[in-house]
Design a protein. Sequence first.
Length: 649
Amino acid sequence: MGLFSFVFSILGFGVGLLAGLIIGYFGFIYKLPTDVKKADVKAVVDVDEKVLKRMLPEIPLWVKMPDYDRVDWLNKFLKELWPFLDKAVCKTVKEIAIPIIEEKKPPQIQSITFAELTLGDLPPMLSGVKVYDTVDKEMIIEPFIKWAGNPNIVIAVKGYGVTATVQLTEVTVCMQVRATFKPLVDVFPCFSKIYVSLMQKPEIDFSLKLLGGDAMAIPGLAAYVQEVIKDIVADMLLWPKSMQVFDLNIEDKKNLGLLYVKVLSAKGLKNLENIGKSDPLVAVSLGPPHSGEKKTNPKMGTLNPVWNQDLLPFTVMDAETTIKFEVRDFERVMRDRPMGVATCPLKSLTPGEKTQLSLELKKNLNPDDPANQKSRGVLIVEVRYQPFLSEQSEAGDTGAAGDSGGSDAGNNTPARIAGGSNSLSRGITGGSGILVIEVHAAEDLDAKNNCNAMCKITVRGATADKTKTVKRNNNPIWDHHYEHYFTDAPRPDEMLKIEVFSKSKGQLLGSKEALGWISIPLHDVVTNRRLNEWYQLQEARGAGRINVELRWEPTGASQGARWGFAALDYHSGQRGKMGICSTGLRGKVGICGSAVRGKVGELSVRFPKDRLAGMEGCKEVGGGERGMHSEEREERSSKGGCWKEYEEG
């Protein structure tokens, strides 16, 4: 009996449990609770017009504007990070604000301190972000920020033995911010600076409590204070104004100037040949960063060579660089052998002045090497460092010259003509200079076979340089850098041509397929100083295009200016004082009191250099009355202007 009772009790428990589970499943799972009501959902088209108007301001930007993106992930990230950002921001504010407050506070005030400073636990939200595509080395984003925070900022002001507190709470801010990350560099975090500006006046509201009462509750005060704050913020940050909020001091290397080197001679060089004498040459380089190595011609069989050879100018990109001179023994088959080396810091040179150096040659650049105690000869060179003309210095010098109606003979900037065009300074200062060519990338190239793209750069009708070949890629990235030196400003009809080719395999040796070309007027680069565009390829099979960046770095006056040439840009109906640029001339030259009536266009005056003596005071008045020192030689019309040549009478 005991066994049967145990078995039946187990069976009864199992049947009861199973029955309870079934009853509970059908009784509770499928039975809807009676205290929950289903929400009414209506389509936007069914919403009343008045309700819709109230809803529109609160709709996120990514709904209203297709070019704005949703950034819910960033808002979640900001929410998790906000407690730590709060502490970091408050600490930074105290470190910056307290010294300024101590310096600016009136003497009657004993102290101004932060009794409380916290931004609260509600982070700002980004309702949308717009990202701009640019060809410059920069990244631009525009987030729309909304912050309804609960900060608690209490400032305690103590004076005359009394402490008063000011409390700022319940802050609401809506603003459209533009953040520009530039320049983009190849060092982490891949940008150097962050600039912030506002695209429109921000909406700001807050509660300000003085002595326990809300000062913003006073009728009319809140609106007035908000407008004042908006105007102050707009004067500081409203685009195109900006504020730099981050700086890693990482910059792209910029061209600072040109280094001219003339290798004169050497004396007492050490002979490296067992039979006969060495064949010395000189290799000059800048390091680091260097602009490449330039060599003289070898002098055969001599230890006291005389070169008197000018090397092509070096582009200086670092003011702390060092000039390296290495004398080598020329070898026709093997590698040239070093005979001696010497260096000269660039900063030891006086800018703009020609300096002759006598450099003692050593075996190597290791100062601790005992072999360097013995001289290996003397190298004599002539160097001159010519800094580039900055836009600021051009504008300043030009403006100063314009006030006086002329320019000094030794100044490389022209006189600004009163009432004339601002393009005068750029037009004349664009003499000798460096054309910086950067071929960045191409897109949508269409080749018959695999696209192995490379570019050929042609300047003034001659092949100047070639890029590397990017294999099997219709969207190649070259990032090729080339610098071309001009002894005189490019003429308006001179072009820069860049051709894109695809090197083919399996065909005849050296065969190339033309993928297109572009042609850019060099005069446009000189006038604009910088171009960075995507250019559509001409004669291309598809819609290929290429990204090219061009910069013009002026180095001094043009040959025309050195021969007394000046371009005077006149507006229609102008009359008054007219001055001529005297850059590089031996004396002051000017035309004063010129009356120009009607549409004149561009007036250019040419003075032969050997005829300049005694021409000071030359003038032309009204209908062609000439000064006593001039005689009109030739007058002919040109496109939009006239040319006149004068000689000493």
